[in-house]
Design a protein around this ligand. Structure first.
Ligand code: NAD
Length: 426
């Protein structure tokens, strides 16, 4: 394995998720021909901004949170990527997430570079007013770096439509004009797109269908396990259940529930909307979070956080198709184990690209102030995801590589060809 220089701004010797991204780039390099000349440009982010986010708490005290915005690469277009609020956010994580956005946007063919943002904050400890103040101060601090033709944030873990509305408003107030196109994933009434809320989960299901065809797996009756029951996991689970699959096991921060006869996914979503935890669902057994990985299934959908599937649990996984709803859920060592065990891994940069695809539709609609029907959006989304899966599958077969490496081949060639054409300035 190539050894990497640790950037001075990453402390200690642990590269964390960024190290995983670097390993993935190393794996694709031999397949890039003369474009490999430019590969170093993917191994360092273009821009990193670290900001202090001070806010007044409801009790009158002042709290400080660390915020980040990383633009990994803008060779093919403005930066694009979500904003995460989580107590575990680190610079290494945001760098990796930004890098994965570069790959994803190129793989799916939307005209964006890769970016990502985050604030290290435990949102469970914040009131709604405090959450709003964190969002607005963070947006102001990164305001000079973002913009509809510069870098366009979107929702990620613990951020949603309401947070996007605050971001759009803060940016607009500071600019002195309403700028709907600065973020995507907004409420419909503020220039959001129909279909955006469900897009990532729906896209996971669409590539799941294509993968099932490839593996000879029938969706009706297929057993599905889902880790993370948020925007991505819950919608993917609902799509599978609607198509006749049995969602047998669901895990979120509150715990893991299992019923071999299948869980009522719509009921679980209703419970969540009513403020209940999934572990309060009656018609299921509680199993430990670790047992989740040994449950037999046709589809396993990690849709929570990165580095969940490692060398420690990959060998126990008994599934046919691993659909990566989350970003970076599988380490390279785990990837090797899963491939050796015959599990088809559909990588994050392909499987969860539905969100950014409809974000792209939202951005286009905001520019033209002309909005499409949900039917039109879903039709275009299904076609783009289906075509991307087919092209990447074909590359995987031709080059005799995994779907992950094939996705990186397609994406890196596009990014590096753009880099080469633009040349270096001066
Ligand atoms: P979310 O905040 O809506 O949901 C996250 C879910 O993960 C919650 O159910 C939470 O309980 C669960 N979770 C958190 N920590 C966990 C843990 N340690 N163990 C088990 N469950 C845990 O977030 P989301 O938007 O659904 O994002 C989930 C993943 O999908 C992230 O990796 C994100 O980067 C990725 N993703 C999201 C989008 C999007 O459009 N929202 C697009 C592409 C990729």
């Amino acid at each position: 394995m190539t050894s990497h220089v640790i950037p001075s701004y990453l402390s200690g010797d642990a590269l964390g998720p960024w190290g995983v991204f670097l390993q993935q780039i190393d794996r694709v390099t031999p397949y890039l021909g003369e474009l490999a000349f430019w590969i170093e440009s993917l191994k360092r982010p273009k821009r990193i901004l670290i900001v202090d986010v001070p806010i007044k708490m409801d009790d009158g005290s002042v709290a400080h949170f660390e915020g980040y915005r990383v633009q990994h690469n803008t060779s093919r277009g403005p930066g694009k990527g979500g904003v995460r609020f989580h107590q575990g956010v680190t610079l290494s994580e945001v760098m990796a997430l930004a890098g994965w956005m570069t790959i994803k946007n190129a793989a799916i063919g939307v005209p964006f570079g890769g970016a990502k943002g985050g604030v290290r904050v435990d949102t469970r400890g914040l009131s709604l007013a405090e959450l709003e103040r964190v969002t607005r101060r963070y947006t102001s601090e990164i305001g000079f770096l973002i913009g509809p033709d510069k870098d366009i944030p979107a929702p990620d873990v613990n951020t949603n439509e309401r947070v996007m509305a605050w971001m759009m408003d803060t940016y607009s107030v500071n600019q002195g004009r309403t700028s709907t196109g600065v973020v995507t994933g907004k409420p419909i009434s503020l220039g959001g797109s129909l279909g955006r809320h469900d897009a990532t989960g729906r896209g996971v299901f669409v590539v799941g269908q294509a993968a099932a065809l490839k593996q000879g797996v029938s969706i009706p009756g297929a057993r599905v396990c889902v880790q993370g029951f948020g925007n991505v996991g819950a919608i993917a689970a609902r799509c599978f259940a609607d198509a006749g699959a049995k969602v047998t096991t669901v895990q979120d921060v509150s715990g893991t529930i299992h019923n071999p006869r299948g869980l009522d996914v719509r009921k679980l979503i209703e419970m969540q909307l009513a403020g209940q935890h999934i572990v309060e669902y009656r018609d299921a057994d509680r199993i430990t979070d670790d047992e989740f990985w040994s449950v037999e299934s046709e589809f396993l959908v990690p849709a929570a956080l990165e580095q969940q599937i490692t060398a420690a649990n990959a060998g126990r996984i008994r599934t046919r198709i691993l659909l990566e709803g989350a970003n970076g859920p599988t380490t390279p060592e785990a990837d090797d184990i899963l491939n050796a065990n015959g599990v088809l891994v559909v990588p994050d940069v392909l499987a969860n690209a539905g969100g950014v695809t409809v974000s792209y539709f939202e951005w286009v609609q905001d520019f033209s102030s002309y909005f499409w029907s949900e039917e039109e959006i879903n039709k275009r989304l299904d076609r783009i995801m289906g075509d991307a899966f087919a092209a990447i599958s074909e590359t995987a077969e031709r080059e005799k590589v995994t779907l992950r490496t094939a996705t990186y081949i397609v994406a890196c060639k596009r990014v590096l060809a753009a880099r080469q054409l633009r040349g270096l300035y001066p």
